[in-house]
Design a protein around this ligand. Structure first.
Ligand code: ADP
Ligand code: 5GP
Length: 192
């Protein structure tokens, strides 16, 4: 089958907070500008420098609940005290237009996507060690101590859920991690 006539696959990237998902994806997207990163909705407050409609659609709790009640989400989850979700309409539109799309979402959301779209490819990003993960999360200076603790508490269950993912990438050396992600995605696209 011709590559262009293949059904587009959804690629889903997950990993614990601070592992480097955003950094690896930024590197991948710079080299592969044909890929689009899905913009999620969240109830969390914007970090310094984050822009509504670019990093996230920042919703109030009421707006988010409204989207749940009206069945607007492909998936949604509560993570460390905030809610995050991916709008169905946006993803379906991208897939219909034949766009290559990546979701960067938590492990609960990733498994929900896989249930609904078994052809979705789930990729989990591992840290080289838990200590490195903690150092990266702290070194980013974007969360206060209680938020860091809440996020670290999620790690064990995230690693358990990762057993059900299709691929693993260890983000030790950044360039290697980007290259590995690229190999996985190109390989999956060639499989058709
Ligand atoms: P996530 O999106 O998974 O929460 P980030 O991409 O924000 O994580 O990365 C967390 C921190 O770790 C950032 O300060 C980033 O610069 C750093 N980082 C990411 N990948 C690496 C790497 N391979 N080596 C060293 N530092 C990294
Ligand atoms: P952060 O607050 O650091 O931006 O994101 C916290 C967690 O929420 C990360 O694991 C991130 O992947 C996840 N996340 C971001 N968007 C979504 C989404 O639309 N759905 C789900 N389930 N998780 C998301």
């Amino acid at each position: 089958m011709n590559k262009n006539s293949c059904k587009k696959k959804l690629f889903v990237i997950s990993g614990s907070s601070g592992v480097g998902k955003g950094t690896v994806l930024k590197g991948f997207l710079t080299k592969n500008p044909n890929f689009m990163l899905s913009i999620s909705c969240t109830t969390r407050a914007p970090r310094r420098g984050e822009v509504d409609g670019v990093n996230y659609f920042f919703l109030t709790k009421e707006e988010f609940q409204n989207c749940i009640d009206n069945n607007k989400f492909l998936e949604w989850a509560e993570f460390a005290g905030n809610r995050y979700g991916t709008k169905k309409k946006y993803i379906n539109q991208c897939l219909e237009e034949g766009k290559d799309i990546i979701l960067e979402i938590d492990t609960q959301g990733a498994l929900q996507v896989k249930k609904q779209m078994p052809e979705a490819v789930l990729i989990f990003i591992y840290p080289p060690s838990i200590e490195t993960l903690e150092n990266r999360l702290r070194g980013r200076h974007t969360e206060d101590e209680s938020t860091i603790q809440r996020r670290l508490q999620e790690v064990k269950i995230e690693l358990e859920r990762a057993e059900n993912f299709d691929y693993k990438v260890v983000n030790d050396d950044l360039d290697n991690a980007i290259a590995e992600l690229e190999n996985i995605i190109v390989g999956e696209q060639e499989k058709c």
